[in-house]
Write a protein that binds this ligand. Sequence first.
Ligand code: 8YV
Length: 316
Amino acid sequence: MKKVLIARPLPEEVTSALKGCDVTVREETAPLSADEMRVALRDYDGVMPTLGDAFSAEVFADVPNPRCKILANFGVGYNHIDAAASRAAGIEVTNTPGAVTDATADVAMTLMLMSARRAAEGERLVRSGAWEGWHPTQMLGLHVTGKMVGLVGMGRIGQAIARRCHYGFEMQISYFNRSAKDLDFPATRVESLIDLATSVDILVIAVPGGGETRHLIDETVLSAMQSHARLINIARGDVVQEAALIEALRAGKIGGAGLDVYEFEPKVPQALRDLENVVLLPHLGTAAHEVRVDMGLMAVANLQAFIDGETPPNRV
Ligand code: 8YV
């Protein structure tokens, strides 16, 4: 019987869905250690890893002829897995596109509204007991309706965000993407990231993580943004050069930021935590029970196909 390792506790409806195999659910919430990854590759036929399980080229190199043949990632982003090294080791990688889209787009909107309307700052004020009452110029933020939003990346999640911006908030949409997209809402493709950064009130990052997008948002891009503009990141932390962002926020080069992800997650620099003009969420993108169940069932479908000798539906 095939042996499967699920690397984190997941809702019971997910862990009980795999049939015809011997399933081990690891009870710890922390990422797999290098030793645990080596054991996973050596002793299991299939593994369901997730964010933080750093299956690097070194880990694959440590386990020649692995028993494992599939890493069915729980999540759409798989930049923690060296997919080329995995394939070279004879292990296929799958992910969970679609299941994460709406929930992640919702968190982008949450951050956009919170940052623009200074909601976290306001909440801190009320909680501190220092609020002295309403007055016409208190805590004025940026009006969102009708503003210009720029999407860095127009994949599934980018489109879900843009749709919300267009239909919900009458925003003008422009985007920077490798290829032009056939979209069901009005949007202008911009050839240069700097031009996009210069022209919008809110810049939203929705590109995959990994080597190609690392530090895409650097000092030059941040300096191009307008001083009232907001930067929203629901993608991967290292798409933004965090030190440059801290400096831009500190110097008032941009108006604020809303972050769900961090360059050295889960480490969030004190300098960032000290700033008022940034909203900080703990990677809540897909943190809703039904979404995690959908993601889990998608990862299970990939594993199940492998166990049944079929082609997994979501190979990366
Ligand atoms: C997940 C995400 O919760 O799916 C992704 O790529 O970023 C998240 O929202 C997490 O990464 C699980 O893999």
